[in-house]
Ligand binder design. Structure first.
Ligand code: NAD
Length: 486
């Protein structure tokens, strides 16, 4: 087994295997194909990991199919719960190593991982461990006698994960999929696969039977596409861009009509009414576009502010965000974000701060762009319409509540939205009128394990988290009895 040793937080050495994790063992890929992983903060080479090819995906699917048929579909709720709780314990035990790995290849701040992403992943694992014996059906009277329904596992499933919060998003899929009785193949992101190599070790250590969870790193258009095309994969849960989501849906329709859950991009609005507690609104709107450098699907990248407080809000917003010290990695996103800033300037959009220059404090070789904000942004401007996935805020004014709702809904995405107001009736009216999978009032973008998360419109369909996600990983069977005699 080949391994790589990396230097984590505090100078500690972390050794992870570099192979594909199939049947609880690490192996190299067909033809020894590999992917080089870089540190986005420095541009330095980090590691080489195996890149799954079509034949390797097939091997992983056959292993998951065998595990489903031979053991996992007969697993008792008690055993399943014990295994998920054990995995949660091990992730918690090795949180510092996982946080270091996400920092060096995904650019997730070490302290953010320790405070947020990893506790969330652990909590998710424990939450779904608690659900394993609570999946209920119904019984009903029918004209012939009686019927009952039961939630059954779907079978071999796959999860495809993006690079921005890889461990947390993986656990949003792994825990409910496994709790519902499925076997799972996880395709980790090629830009940030190292957490997955460590997670694979923890899965084996937890005692999951071979093949129940297989983890493959690989290129999207090779390994991801092979999963999307595979006839034995019965469901794909995908988190990533809308463009790739469309491709996965096409693959499903071309092949075996596998079920598809799509957690896609966003361009989430924040609406700040003049009666809102301004300090709170500023705290949350600035966090909404600067946390993880705006590389969050629910980033509050469109900010609509009521006329009366517009100028004051803009001045305060700028004062709080313009001087951020570059030091937080932006991975390969840099070219994309910089191109959007260039487009905005070209279209004549008014720059408040940031822009193409200004990241002089950044370490050389790294991929950084400064916090950037545009003001008085027209509804038609590219930066107001398209997902940038970086620290770029577009701010515009509104006058009436109706106007704010119309502006917020004037976008193809519908992932999340925030409303800031002290008027509870208005908060409810606006929340109910906004086209988004999640609306937060007087706060931005919280993740709670029990509340479903996902989008409407071109942000996708299906949900992660909560009971809704668990149901997405099951299928209902109806059994009917003729009780009318022979
Ligand atoms: P991406 O779509 O480029 O890649 C996501 C994953 O899909 C990667 O693992 C990639 O290898 C794989 N992939 C690429 N091509 C594929 C193909 N043809 N078939 C199958 N798989 C393929 O996205 P990204 O750049 O990694 O992540 C950023 C995007 O993810 C943003 O749009 C962001 O909004 C979105 N996102 C959404 C959520 C959510 O919950 N809605 C959460 C995080 C990120």
């Amino acid at each position: 087994m080949t391994e790589v040793t990396l230097v984590g937080a505090g100078g500690r050495n972390i050794t992870v295997p570099t192979g594909l994790f199939i049947d609880n063992e690490f192996s190299s890929s067909t033809d020894n194909k590999t992917i080089d992983v870089e540190n986005p903060a420095t541009g330095d080479f980090l590691a080489t990991v195996a890149a799954a090819q079509v034949a390797d995906v097939n091997r992983a699917v056959l292993s998951a199919e065998a595990a489903f048929k031979s053991t996992w579909r007969f697993i008792t709720p008690e055993k399943c719960r014990t295994l998920l709780n054990k995995l949660a314990d091990l992730v918690e035990r090795d949180a510092e190593e996982l946080a270091s790995l996400q920092a060096v290849d995904a650019g997730v701040l070490y302290r953010q991982s320790l405070a947020m992403d990893i506790p969330q992943a652990v909590e998710t694992c424990r939450y779904y461990a608690g659900w394993v014996d609570k999946l209920e059906g119904q019984s009903m009277k029918i004209s012939q006698g009686m019927a009952y329904t039961q939630c059954e596992p779907i079978g071999v499933c796959a999860a495809i994960v993006p690079w921005n919060a890889p461990l947390m998003i993986t656990m949003w899929k792994l825990a409910p999929a496994i709790a519902a009785g499925n076997t799972l193949i996880i395709k980790t992101p090629e830009l940030a696969p190292l957490y997955g190599q460590k997670l694979a070790q923890l899965i084996a250590e937890s005692g999951f039977p071979p093949g129940v969870i297989n983890i493959l790193c690989g290129l999207g258009n090779v390994a991801g596409q092979a999963l999307a095309d595979h006839a034995l994969v019965r469901k794909i849960s995908f988190t990533g861009s809308t463009a790739v989501g469309r491709r996965i849906l096409e693959s499903s329709s071309r092949t075996n009509l596998k079920r598809v859950t799509l957690e896609l991009g966003g361009k989430s609005p924040s609406i700040v009414f003049s009666d809102a507690a301004l300090e709170n609104a500023l705290l949350h709107t600035t966090q909404g576009i600067t946390v993880h450098n705006g590389q969050i699907c629910a980033a509050g990248s469109r900010i609509y502010v009521q006329d009366k407080i517009y100028d004051r809000f803009v001045a305060e917003f700028s004062a709080r965000t313009k001087d951020a010290v570059a030091g937080d990695p932006l991975a390969g996103q840099k070219a994309r974000v910089t191109a959007y800033i260039g487009t905005a300037l070209h279209e004549g959009t008014k720059l408040l701060h940031g822009g193409e220059r200004g990241a002089d404090s950044a370490p050389s070789g790294g991929h950084f762009v400064p916090n950037t904000a545009f003001v008085d942004v027209a509804p038609t401007a590219t930066v107001m319409r398209e997902e940038i996935f970086g620290p770029v805020a577009s701010i515009a004014r509104f006058n009436t509540e109706e106007e704010a709702i119309a502006l917020a809904n004037d976008n193809c995405y519908g992932l999340a939205a925030s409303v800031f107001t002290d008027d509870v009736n208005r908060a409810i009216r606006v929340s109910n009128s906004i086209e988004a999978g999640q609306v937060t009032v007087n706060m931005w973008g919280t993740v709670n394990t029990s509340t479903p998360f996902g989008g409407v419109k071109e942000s996708g369909f299906g949900r992660d988290l909560g009971k809704d996600a668990l149901e997405d990983w099951t299928q209902v069977k109806t059994v009917k009895f003729n009780l009318q005699g022979r």
